[in-house]
Structures are given as structure tokens and as C-alpha cells.
Design a protein around this ligand. Structure first.
Ligand SMILES: [Zn+2]
Length: 111
């Protein structure tokens, strides 16, 4: 159990580094546990894919090691307009982050 906990937190940090917004709650900090077929609490993530930006879903916490394939949407689909706005905002945050990283790298390089 302890090892699956640390696996969960490592995939959490990978997810949060890709997410354009900070997660307000951790992937397991929700009530009324949703159990996957491994009989453990499923992780609650936010999708940032182009088709489903900011849509929350449950996924098997062992998915990176195979897991049981459990996957379920929490939120319903949104409108095309909202989806496009969210994708534009997501891309703006990502490009601002890349630009910031580039400027930090350049300033370090110059000493
Ligand atoms: Zn599972």
C-alpha cells in the first residue's frame, strides 16, 4: 500500500506540471470514494486534452503500471465555445510558462 501511495503522488506531480492551473484538491482528496476494479479509491484528475479541457474524470490509480483500465467522466461534456476558450487559455498559460523558462535559462546563461 505504501508503494502505491508514492506512485500516486509521482503521477500527481506529473499531472500538475502539465496542468495550466494549480489543482485545488489532490487526486484522492474527495469524498464518497469511487472504487476501481482493483478495489482501491480511484484518482480524480482534470483532463487538459484538446477535446476535453478542464473536464474532471476518475481513473485507476495504478493506470501507469497497467491497472484495471477503469476510467469514468465526472463532468458532462461542455459546449464547443467553452472548449475553444479553455483550449486558448491553456495554450496561453503553457506558452507563457515556456517563455518564462527560456528567459530564466537565458539570464542564468549570461550569469
Ligand atoms: Zn484499478
Amino acid at each position: 500500500m505504501a508503494s502505491s501511495q508514492s506512485d500516486g503522488s509521482s503521477s500527481y506531480s506529473q499531472h500538475s506540471s502539465r496542468s495550466p492551473i494549480p489543482y485545488r484538491v489532490g487526486p484522492f482528496d474527495y469524498q464518497s470514494a469511487v472504487m476501481c476494479d482493483c478495489r482501491v479509491k480511484a484518482a480524480w484528475w482534470i483532463s487538459w486534452s484538446p477535446d476535453n479541457p478542464s473536464r474532471r474524470y476518475f481513473k485507476c490509480r495504478n493506470a501507469q503500471e497497467g491497472g484495471c483500465g477503469f476510467y469514468a467522466w465526472y463532468d458532462g461534456p461542455t459546449t464547443t465555445f467553452i472548449r475553444e476558450v479553455l483550449n486558448d487559455l491553456r495554450d496561453a498559460v503553457w506558452s507563457a510558462r515556456r517563455e518564462k523558462e527560456r528567459l530564466v535559462w537565458l539570464s542564468k546563461k549570461r550569469g
